[in-house]
Design a protein around this ligand. Structure first.
Ligand code: AMP
Ligand code: MG
Length: 422
């Protein structure tokens, strides 16, 4: 039985980064840039104001104070999106709005609060003059051309994951299309004679197929595109046919049929069609897992489709997905950060783990006085999917120990970060 790390290394060694594609930027959220992005413009394009106020020559404000204002002649007004109609000469000012270009001759902005504009308005006095109430330095409240992004500069490097901020930068550069590594299409196949489609009534001895939905949702969550193949029955013909359908995808994930039961034939199909790279992993839940590649011929060439065989038990399927399918999807998408976000937490109860395997215990993580605490969600059976509903983390109880004692520090892989953990 190999360790989780060895299994992951093996799986990733069979998984390739996919090709680039060109797409509208909003469709690229979470994808990885496939080329460097340079700027063809300065941002901002012109020196402009960061405040509503008056554009002045700083020199003209020298010596100004509340008790002895410096009066300047107002020679115009400029709003964002317009160009100033006048220049600043000594002794003059232009009323200016945030984002409006700095008038020629001006070198500072005095914000409204530092002028007597409000009191002039109240007293209906002359608005062709403005009193400056404080001395300002050159450059105050001025945003300079190119201070955010300079023309011809490297703005976003190949390999960058596109988040809302990167999409915003692309938009401000005027790029409507980005070149990114494409999303993997992941075929999802549930196996088992006991399974019924979720829109069908249950019959004796049958259960609804839930794994297709948890797995497909996990694929979506990490950026892949699920290709739902439905349910394969526990026969060589049914499974072979379904697996054939899945070979147009970039990866195939099956659930069930990988343990040692009589009807567990996914491995038999794999042994015939491809190559099995690993059969069991030293973890729980999830010991019966399989990974291999299936051969297909495309355009006269032999290709290999990675196949991840997850256990059928709903919790095992989800937990093994997090450990193996998530990194595989991220790698195909060109990501390099495969590790699940992990924190250190104080475990609040004893967790026995004496069968030599690494245990992923479903826990509820809370934060109190700056420290994280983890407590188990209750019964940890690998069929108890509601334990995943309650959990926001997976506490790692190391292999080859007796388990952990209340008060010990454990590593917890976070499944979610809710507001009260921030
Ligand atoms: P298996 O790995 O095929 O032996 O399946 C183990 C157990 O997981 C089965 O007895 C089922 O109760 C459950 N199971 C398998 N596949 C699914 C599925 N697609 N949806 C829900 N439960 C499943
Ligand atoms: Mg089965």
């Amino acid at each position: 039985m190999i360790s989780v790390e060895e299994a992951l290394e093996k799986i990733l060694s069979y998984v390739e980064v996919l090709e680039p594609e060109d797409k509208p930027i909003l469709d690229c959220l979470g994808q990885v840039l496939a080329e460097d992005v340079y700027s063809t413009i300065d941002i901002p394009p012109l020196d402009n104001s960061s405040m509503d106020g008056y554009a002045v020559r700083a020199e003209d404000s020298y010596g100004a104070s509340q008790s002895s204002p410096k009066n300047l002649t107002v020679v115009g007004e400029v709003a964002a999106g317009s160009m100033p109609a006048a220049e600043i000469e000594p002794g003059t000012a232009i009323r200016i709005m945030t984002g409006a270009p700095l008038p020629e001759g001006a070198d500072a902005i005095v914000q409204f609060e530092d002028t007597d504009e409000a009191s002039r308005r109240l007293s209906h006095s002359d608005l062709s003059q403005i009193g400056i109430l404080r001395q300002v330095e050159k450059g105050l409240n001025v945003r300079y051309r190119g201070e955010d992004i300079a023309r011809d500069g490297l703005v976003l490097k190949q390999g960058k994951v596109l988040r809302p901020s990167e999409l915003g930068v692309l938009a401000s550069l005027g790029y409507s299309i980005a070149r990114v590594i494409r999303r993997p299409v992941v075929a999802v196949l549930a196996t088992g004679n006991e399974l019924i489609d979720i829109d069908q009534p249950l019959a004796a001895g049958k259960i609804h197929n839930s794994n297709t939905y948890t797995i497909s949702a996990q694929v979506l969550r990490y950026g892949g595109i699920p290709n739902i193949l439905g349910i394969g029955r526990d026969s060589l013909e049914s499974l072979s046919g379904k697996i054939e359908e899945g070979l147009s995808s970039d990866m195939l994930i099956t659930s069930g049929g990988v343990s040692l039961g009589d009807y567990d034939i996914v491995k038999d199909v794999l042994a015939k069609r491809g190559e099995i790279a690993l059969r069991t992993v030293c973890m729980k839940p999830g010991k019966p897992s399989a990974f291999g590649v299936i051969k297909k011929v495309e355009g006269g060439k032999e290709k290999m489709v990675p196949h991840l065989g997850l256990p059928g038990n709903p919790v095992s399927s989800m937990v093994t997905f997090e450990q193996f399918a998530r990194p595989a999807i991220l790698k195909m998408m060109g990501r390099e950060d495969f590790a699940k976000p992990t924190i250190q937490a104080v475990i609040e109860e004893d967790v026995i783990n004496d069968d030599g395997r690494r245990m992923y215990a479903r826990v509820i993580v809370t934060r109190r006085e700056g420290k994280y605490y983890a407590r188990a969600t209750g019964p940890q059976g690998s069929g108890i999917l509601s334990s995943m509903v309650k959990a926001n983390g997976l506490a790692i109880v190391p292999e080859n120990t007796e388990g952990v004692k209340a008060g010990d520090i454990v590593q917890v892989q976070m499944l979610d970060w809710s507001g009260d953990l921030m």
